[in-house]
Write a protein that binds this ligand. Structure first.
Ligand code: NAD
Length: 456
């Protein structure tokens, strides 16, 4: 067993089993049996079951949100949004079983058909920052496409995943179709990735671990979707609505205490407006309400754990180039104030993913310099572009090497649009209309047709 700690007060919430590789084997065996039954159901019945699952989540939004507040320190309003998002993702993909069309392709001598066959058992490995939403991005389209799912949540934040699997059962999904295996990534996660009957792995986490997962999957020519780290740029041009850009910039990076793969953790500002932007940014950062996650007014909670706090703090030593900081509570809990740095372009705070409420502000000269600076990163997940010039917005959007960009906004994730990264931010896409197809194998069947007999 291992203890689950509330990051806001350091109390022990509960403990969960620390499973072993043999438990993963058992789970995969059960999943194989469940998957055959599930795939044999009529598409409309699978759709109805997913709608029931969505309804069960909807009926438990408050409970799931409360679990996430206590397990992850997410502010209540955010946690409620996350639980509602899981419901919406399930509802969206409940339409898929009846819409997984194959094609009929014109060929000589017969009829050619394609089928979107389920892959079988899918392993979904999730990080601790958005436990239930990221789990649903994997399991909802995978189930919709006729697969079974074995879900491995992060060590620190398994509680909502465990509850979601219970709700799936209560909603009538077959036993074994959606299972959660808790334990260490190096044990349970690896066993799942290595299991020969797990034919696809969806991994969300650090680029370091994702690289290992990809290599292990390659040994069995196993499909992977990887959603990895980021160091996204928020590019503010001189011709933008500077007040709005500055007022929203803190929320583009400090949401979820900066523990967000899409965090705009580099703010690139055109030099001609840098001073004015910083004047506007300071009160915006001071205004971020950091505090008790149970308080509905709270905008930012604590970091997830003591170990993670230490890592984030290592990026802000006493001599760090701090421009200004927001506030954070004293006392127990892993609190870290929103922090704005003005490092050099080469400093590690300008290049590495900190995954906490720390942002680097970097000046740029012109459009070409902004694009070069934005792309000077191993990552390519997300980003924002602030300008009133439509042509510039389109030019820069096309030039920035990242999977999810927003213009005059910091939006990244909608369940109906594709999400994923360029470069070392990942492989493949989640969400959007095509996600169920990434949990299928295309099968082509040619049926010979005898030619009509010649009339005698
Ligand atoms: P992590 O890589 O440490 O762990 C992720 C998951 O992998 C956990 O469940 C862990 O137990 C498991 N794991 C660890 N070692 C493993 C192994 N050898 N084999 C299989 N599984 C293993 O990441 P984290 O610290 O939990 O999450 C933070 C990272 O996730 C950040 O880099 C963040 O950018 C990234 N992230 C990316 C996205 C995205 O969509 N691109 C979303 C959220 C988080």
């Amino acid at each position: 067993m291992f203890d689950i700690v509330n990051p806001a007060d350091e109390s022990v919430v509960t403990s969960v089993p620390e499973l072993e590789a043999g438990d993963v084997d058992d789970a995969v065996d059960r999943a194989r049996t469940a998957q055959r039954r599930w795939a044999a159901l009529a598409p409309a019945d699978r759709a109805a079951a997913l709608r029931s699952f969505a309804a069960a989540v909807d009926a438990h939004v408050d409970e799931l949100a409360d679990l996430e507040v206590r397990n992850s320190g997410h502010p209540l309003g955010q946690a409620e949004w996350e639980a509602g998002h899981v419901r919406d993702v399930l509802t969206y993909y409940s339409a898929a079983p009846e819409r997984l069309f194959g094609r009929q392709i014109p060929v000589a001598g017969g009829l050619d058909l394609t089928f979107a066959e389920p892959i079988g058992v899918v392993g979904v490995v999730t990080p601790w920052n958005f436990p239930m939403t990221i789990a649903s991005w994997g399991f909802a389209p995978a189930l919709a496409a006729g697969n079974a799912v074995v879900l491995k949540p992060a060590e620190w934040t398994p509680l909502t995943s465990l509850r979601l699997a219970e709700l799936a059962l209560e909603a009538g999904l077959p036993e074994g179709l959606l299972q959660v295996v808790t334990g260490k990534g190096s044990v349970v996660g690896e066993a799942l990735v290595d299991h020969p009957d797990v034919r696809k792995v969806v991994f969300t986490g650090s680029t370091e671990t994702g690289t290992r997962v990809m290599a292990r999957a390659a040994a069995q020519v196993k499909q992977v979707t990887l959603e990895l780290g980021g160091k996204s740029a928020n590019i503010v041009f001189a011709d933008s609505d500077l007040e709005k850009a500055a007022a929203t910039a803190p929320y583009g990076v400090f949401d979820n205490a900066g523990q967000d793969c899409c965090a705009r953790s580099r703010i690139l500002v055109q030099r001609s407006v840098l001073d004015r932007f910083m004047e506007l940014l300071e009160p915006a950062v001071a205004g971020v309400r950091v505090g008790d996650p149970r308080d509905r007014a709270t905008e930012m909670g604590p970091l997830v754990s003591r170990a993670h706090w230490e890592k984030v703090a290592s990026y802000v030593p006493d001599d760090a180039p701090v421009a200004f900081r927001g506030t954070a509570p004293e006392g127990p809990g892993f609190w870290f104030p929103p922090t704005v740095l003005t490092p050099s372009r080469e400093d590690r705070t300008a290049r590495e993913e900190i995954f906490g409420p720390v942002v680097a502000v970097l000046p740029f000269e012109d459009e070409a310099d902004a694009i070069a600076l934005a792309n000077d990163s191993a990552y390519g997940l997300s980003g924002s572009i602030w300008t009133r010039d439509v042509s510039r917005a389109v030019r820069v959007s096309r030039a920035v090497e990242a999977g999810n960009l927003s213009v005059n906004s910091h939006s990244s994730v909608r369940y109906s649009t594709p999400f994923g990264g360029f470069k070392q931010s990942g492989v493949g896409r989640e969400l959007g209309p095509e996600a169920p197809l990434s949990f299928t194998e295309t099968k082509n069947v040619f049926i010979a047709i005898d030619p009509a007999e010649e009339p005698s």
